[in-house]
Write a protein that binds this ligand. Structure first.
Ligand code: C2O
Ligand code: CU
Length: 477
């Protein structure tokens, strides 16, 4: 099925969606309900469920609570997240709390920070959330397969003070590779072809588990929109029509507000988040559409349908929205940083001759055929046997990364937020990020303070790349 046909089919869903809006728009917003256990843990029950992306054919998925996305968890900054993973998917799983600078034992990386949770078993996650912002959770065990089937959800950490917006709206975006009958195309899940190229790119996009939803809104309204890219490997480029958009946070960390030009767009790599203050400047009765601009034919992801009533205010607001800073340490590079050099190699058209896997060197062909590995960090494919480096707690780290491949990569750091110091193929922004998109053949220097003890992963968040070798860890002592 081509993308166009899948999308064409989905367009007829609009009429269904309009009906739902008539019944009550809240049906289209992510569920905020929490399945509470008796001891105050949010229950995150990983289990099979059914989604309805196409009008005729239901899609069997895996989801927390059996839904896509899973419940949106909300906690106040400095508060405790208490979540109980219950595994009923028939294979081992874990939950990773992406972007949260948490206790290493709660990081959820199978075999590195915890034993995978076996089918029928459960695991209690309990940690403090130090930063206010937009975070998310997903498995970190067979992640490419499990997240692809729908296991993910948002974790919102609220600022202590109310932020001056009319409403807070979360949009978690995913792409799916579906068969014509609506089922997930699983034959190619984990195949080496995707792994060696751009990863698994789907043929249908969803927002909060809905195809092109129409979200009820009002002319003149100011929204805080939280975007999260939950695609396995697709880079998303957003354009916001009929709005004034300021970016106010990236990867959960506030930035000084940046107004998007009218024809401007904003790129989010897989796993990236952005918060925007969106002023709906359209007329009552009109629509503001969010489009994904990377395909030749841009795709309408979602629409704000402005009610046909009076505007909310005479003139849309145009003041900046500034969020309070989080307590992320700023690396001071005059303080004897540990300097680490990382060479990324492999993939199609990469020219990698071979790499080490589990202590043994293989040429590229053998590495791919025998071990299903096609990428390497510093000559090692998916090395989890020992850390790339160790560093004393509190020391700044300066990492020089060379992407010597023909592909972009979404480099993700666990437990810390990094600053880009320099790069050869993009603009350096003064933003704390947990995932940075590197361009093909780009060289980049990043810095962070290694202030969180434990074993932390550094990997590509294009999940097929991660699975096929782009994954390693370091240890903070
Ligand atoms: Cu979003 Cu290592 O993960
Ligand atoms: Cu990658």
């Amino acid at each position: 099925m081509t993308f166009e046909s899948a999308y064409g089919a989905s367009m007829s869903r609009r009429s269904v969606i309009c009906g739902l809006v008539g019944l009550g728009g809240h049906l289209l917003l992510p569920s905020r309900s929490r399945a509470k256990t008796t001891d105050d843990f949010v229950s995150l029950d990983a289990k099979p469920g059914m989604a309805r992306f196409l009008p005729q054919s239901p899609t069997p998925i895996w989801g927390y609570g059996g839904t896509v996305p899973g419940p949106e968890i909300r906690v106040k900054q400095g508060g405790e997240v208490k979540a109980r993973l219950v595994n009923t998917i028939g294979e081992p799983t874990t939950i990773h709390w992406h972007g949260v600078r948490l206790d290493n034992a709660m990081d959820g990386v199978a075999h590195l920070t915890q034993h995978p949770v076996e089918p029928g078993k459960s695991f209690d996650y309990r940690f403090t959330a130090p930063d206010a912002g937009t975070f998310w959770y997903h498995p970190h065990s067979h992640q490419a397969m499990q997240q692809d089937r729908g296991l993910y959800g948002l974790l919102i950490v609220e600022e202590p003070e109310r932020i001056a917006v009319d409403r807070d709206v979360s949009l978690i975006i995913d792409d799916w590779r579906l068969n014509a009958d609506g089922t997930i195309e699983t034959q190619s899940l984990g195949h080496l072809f995707d792994a060696a190229h751009a990863g698994r790119i789907g043929n249908l996009l969803t927002v909060n588990g809905q195809v092109a939803p129409i979200l009820p809104a009002r002319a003149g309204e100011r929204l805080r929109v939280r975007l999260c890219n939950a695609c396995n490997s697709r880079v998303l480029e957003f354009r916001f029509e009929n709005t004034r958009a300021q970016i106010i946070a990236v990867d959960g960390q506030p930035i000084s507000p940046e107004l998007l030009p009218d024809d401007g767009s904003f790129v989010l790599p897989p796993s990236g988040r952005a918060d925007l203050a969106l002023d709906l400047i359209g007329e009552p009765g009109s629509r503001s559409t969010i489009r994904e601009m990377t395909p030749r034919q841009p795709i309408a992801l979602a629409h704000f349908g402005l009610a046909d009533t009076e505007r909310m205010r005479d003139k849309p607001l145009d003041s900046p929205v500034t969020l309070p800073r989080n307590p992320v340490p700023v690396p001071d590079l005059s303080q004897d940083p540990l300097v680490f050099t990382l060479l990324m190699e492999g993939g199609a058209m990469g020219g990698m001759s071979g790499a080490e896997f589990e202590g043994k060197y293989y040429d590229f062909r053998e590495l791919a055929q025998k071990h299903r590995m096609v990428w390497a960090f510093n000559g090692k494919a998916g090395d989890h046997g020992r850390p790339m480096f160790t560093v004393q707690r509190g020391r700044p780290v300066l990492m020089r990364i060379t992407n010597d491949t023909a592909w972009p990569h979404a480099m993700h750091l666990h437990g810390h937020h990094l600053l880009v110091v320099s790069r050869t193929r993009g603009i350096v922004k003064p933003w704390f990020q947990d995932t940075v998109l590197m361009q093909p053949r780009e060289e980049m220097t990043i810095a962070f303070v290694a202030d969180n003890p434990g074993k932390w992963m550094l990997h590509c968040h294009m999940l097929e790349h991660q699975m096929a070798g782009m994954s390693a860890y370091f240890e903070v002592l």
